[in-house]
Structures are given as C-alpha cells and as structure tokens.
Design a protein around this ligand. Sequence first.
Ligand SMILES: [Zn+2]
Length: 284
Amino acid sequence: MSKTLYEVYALRYATHASRHASENFIFSDFHDDVLMPLDFFMWAIKGDGRVIVVDTGFDAETAKKRQRTYLQSPVEMLRDVGIDPNAVSDVVITHMHYDHCGNLMAFPNARFHIQDDEMAYCTGRCMGHEALRKPFEVKDVINAIRCLYEGRLVFHKGSSKLADGIFLHQVGGHTKGLQVVTVPTARGGIVLASDAAHYWKNIRERSPFPIVVDVEGMLEAHARIESLADGPYHIIPGHDPKVLEVFPRLPCNSNIALLHVHPVFPGQEKIQDVILQSLAITTQ
Ligand SMILES: [Zn+2]
C-alpha cells in the first residue's frame, strides 16, 4: 500500500477545433457528424518531493506542419505548476506518436521511461507502412535514439513500478507499446490513459479511436483501464476537451486542470468556486 498521495495536472498545450465526430470513432454515425474538437495534453505528477512528467507534447514547428493550434509550449507550462524542466529527472513516454514525445531534448537531465515494444515498433518494419507511420515524426524517433545512446532511455516490459504507488502498464491497441500510468491521489487511484482512450466516449461506448494498430487489443485495454481506476472519472482520456470542463483549473493558467481534485459537473459551479478558493491558498 502506498503512503504517498500525489497531485496530478493536465496541461492543455494545443487544440484541433475543426475535427468532426466521425473522425474520432471507428464505428461512427455519419448522419450526425457534429464538430468534436480534440485537445492535446501533457501531464505532471508531484508528491513527496518527486516530480514525474508524462509525455512531452510537440513543438511550435510540428504544430505548424500539422496545422494544429498551438496554445503554449507545454515545457513552459510546467513552470506554472512549479516545475523546472531542467530539474526533471523522470519522464514517462506513453507512446512515440508526434503529440506525445516532441520535446525530449527540452529535458536535458531526464531519464525517459518507455516500453520495449514501443521502441521496437517505431524503429521496426511497421514503419514501412505509411498508414502506421503517419502519426510519427522521424526527428522525435531520432531524438529518442540520441537519448538511448546518452544512457537516458529506461526500458519497461508490461507492468512495472515507477515510484511509491505509481505504476506503468502496457496496454494494446493504439500502438504496439502504449503504456498508461496509475497514480494514487486524495480522491482515489487515477489512470492517465493517454491514447488508450482519446475521449471518455471511446471507452464508455467501446468504440475505439480510428488510429489503431490492433482493435481487439484496444478493446481489451478499455477493460483493463477500467479495472485499474477507482471510477469512470478516475480515467483520464488523452485528448478530451471535457477534461478542462469537469476538473477545476489553476487560477494562474486556465489551460491547466487539477486531476487530483473531484470533478465538478454542470449545476455544481458553486462547489467549484469553493474548491478554487481553497486551491488559491494551497497553490501559492
Ligand atoms: Zn495522442
């Protein structure tokens, strides 16, 4: 049983507003193809003197190339939660898609935790297929290899312990070596699901996001994540704009949500005010 309870932050650094619902589900209803924006996040975990960053986002150059709206550098956003990127010692790479590993070199003193299967995937024969290669940037893969040769890649296989109470779990589906992170917080155990579920709706309706290497693996991942989390809102999807709607945000940066605090649903805004007032004191 872990003694440490952690603070967990979701940092929204970019968005893609013109995306449609039909692009977000493998079994979509095209008669009702409404806009369904997609946000881009990086996550930070703090507790007991430890800092763990989960994913590194992408940079402004990649945002321009892929026509995504860049709100702020995710590396710079870390400073709003009291984290100096130069001092970060551990970064989890959930997977090697461009929106999750684009700023490796901005963490010069970090070790990067990655699954064996993910590194093999992004440097192996699958990348010969354009459809699988599309969400990767070769510069990111080269930077990961650079980190490997600097002795800064830490390989994991399956499930492993990262820190007191914090575990990595490989799950199938989206890529070959995607890993999710489980973290104990004051409101229970949460799962940073990354792209095992882009939206809450993907997991709730068991309808995978279309970027998928193995549909069966992704459906198994949905079940696994549910078994690892203490409730539906303890699962944090990788790209859902609703994350910023239901969790309280930092007073100094409205693109940062506090995931260790209970979610607040429409009609409960008064409770959110109370939470924010108490946070204004604790986050000083
Ligand atoms: Zn992603």
